[in-house]
Design a protein around this ligand. Structure first.
Ligand SMILES: *Cc1c(COP(=O)(O)O)cnc(C)c1O
Length: 383
């Protein structure tokens, strides 16, 4: 079936006992067994190990990514944690994109290292850097594209060619584009990670995560960690995320069109020094974006000529844009990474990855673009 059909129907069917078009929320801890002999005959025992509503969402996200199986988690970070726990033993080495979600960096450097796992953070926008970073004990290559917040891209087919050759699994955090715009498994990756909190839910209502794979053996390892560490998504969240995915393509297309309009407006603004959006020909990897992605997404950054003070004033002047740290929802959000999400990094670390004092990140929502631009215009006049 096509993507738009799958996003509505994959994984669910009308409830056979009542005809309810939406699946029930199986809000149950345990599942009663008819006899010892038929233990697990219906597939479920205890909701930490599996739940029918969660399984429905797992089937849907697997179908959308073109994988064979998926596991769902209580947050995007729990999904990343599951991948690292499943694949990295003491003494193992892992290569990670240098610009990566802050929580991924924190978990790798401040938790996994305590168990004797080593990490190399490299600029994966050049696949040669990945090849150079590999060691005999490398067990995972972990990329994120477009990366947060600079929107640097990684060529997934090129990096997958390197990892295939070396026999090392390649995991891709596909949160920013979703399977509607980018399908890493088709480009040769082995695992796809999502924070479903973002576009897949799309309504600022939940925290969740997922990992999709093509190889059932990887799924078995992940499912073991999901159950053993207690990382599984809750049935309520699975149900809400099943509703969110139904409009994914429509939201992505509309929000990306809004983002393009806003990026063009910002490029012409005298108080804006630079705009980062993969859909603009000025983006250094615009050609790669056209080749690897079906759309450009709805994340935009820009740099104010006025630096830190201008950034703070802009944050305090917007009205329609919400000053908030999520992304991917229908509500438009604005953040100032230096004073908000990336305040823990030293100025030198921030400079190394291109997070400047005047950098502003936009998660463009589904409102009327004229209203979003009017609000920015009014706020920019005050910085
Ligand atoms: C938000 C996010 C995560 C973490 O997801 P949570 O659901 O907040 O735990 C991981 N990767 C990316 C790219 C994200 O944007």
């Amino acid at each position: 079936m096509g993507f738009r059909t799958d996003q509505i129907h994959a994984g669910t069917e009308p409830d056979p006992t009542t005809g309810s078009i939406l699946p029930p929320i199986y809000q149950s801890t345990t599942f009663v067994q008819e006899s010892i002999e038929s233990y697990m005959a219906k597939g479920y025992s205890y909701s930490r190990a599996g739940n029918p509503t969660v399984a429905a969402f797992e089937k849907r996200i697997a179908a959308l990514e073109g994988g064979t199986a998926a596991t769902a988690y209580g947050s995007g970070m729990a999904a990343t944690v599951a991948v690292m726990l499943a694949l990295l033993d003491a003494g193992a080495h892992c290569v990670v994109s240098d610009v990566v979600y802050g929580g991924t960096h924190r978990f790798a450097t401040q938790v996994m290292t305590r168990f004797g796992v080593e990490f190399s953070f490299v600029d994966t926008s050049d696949p040669a850097n990945v090849e150079r970073a590999l060691r005999p004990e490398t067990r995972l290559v972990f990329t994120e594209t477009p990366a947060n917040p600079t929107l640097k891209l990684t060529d997934l087919a090129a990096v997958s060619a390197v990892t295939r050759e070396a026999g090392i699994p390649h995991a891709v955090d596909n949160t920013f584009l979703t399977p509607y715009y980018q399908r890493p498994l088709e480009l040769g990756a082995d695992l796809v990670i999502h924070s479903t909190t973002k576009y897949l839910d799309g309504h600022n209502a939940t925290l969740g995560g997922a990992v999709v794979v093509a190889d059932p053996e990887l799924d078995t390892k992940l499912r073991f960690v999901q159950k053993s560490a207690g990382l599984i998504m809750s049935p309520q969240v699975a149900w809400l995320t099943l509703q969110g995915t139904k409009t994914l393509s429509e939201r992505m297309d509309r929000q990306s069109a809004n983002a393009m309009e806003i990026a063009r407006y910002l490029e012409d603004h005298p108080k804006v020094a630079r705009v980062g959006y993969p859909g603009l020909p000025s983006h250094p990897q615009h050609d790669l974006a056209r080749r690897q992605q079906k759309g450009f997404g709805a994340m935009v950054w820009f740099e104010l000529t006025g630096g830190l003070e201008a950034g703070k004033r802009l944050m305090n002047s917007v009205r329609l844009w919400s000053l908030a740290e999520n992304l991917g929802s229908v509500e438009s959000l604005i953040t100032h990474p230096v004073t908000m999400t990336h305040g823990d990094m030293s100025p030198a670390e921030r400079e190394a990855v291109g997070i400047t004092d005047g950098l502003v990140r936009l998660s463009v929502g589904l409102e009327d673009p004229e209203d979003l631009i009017d609000d920015l215009d009014r706020a920019l006049a005050q910085v």
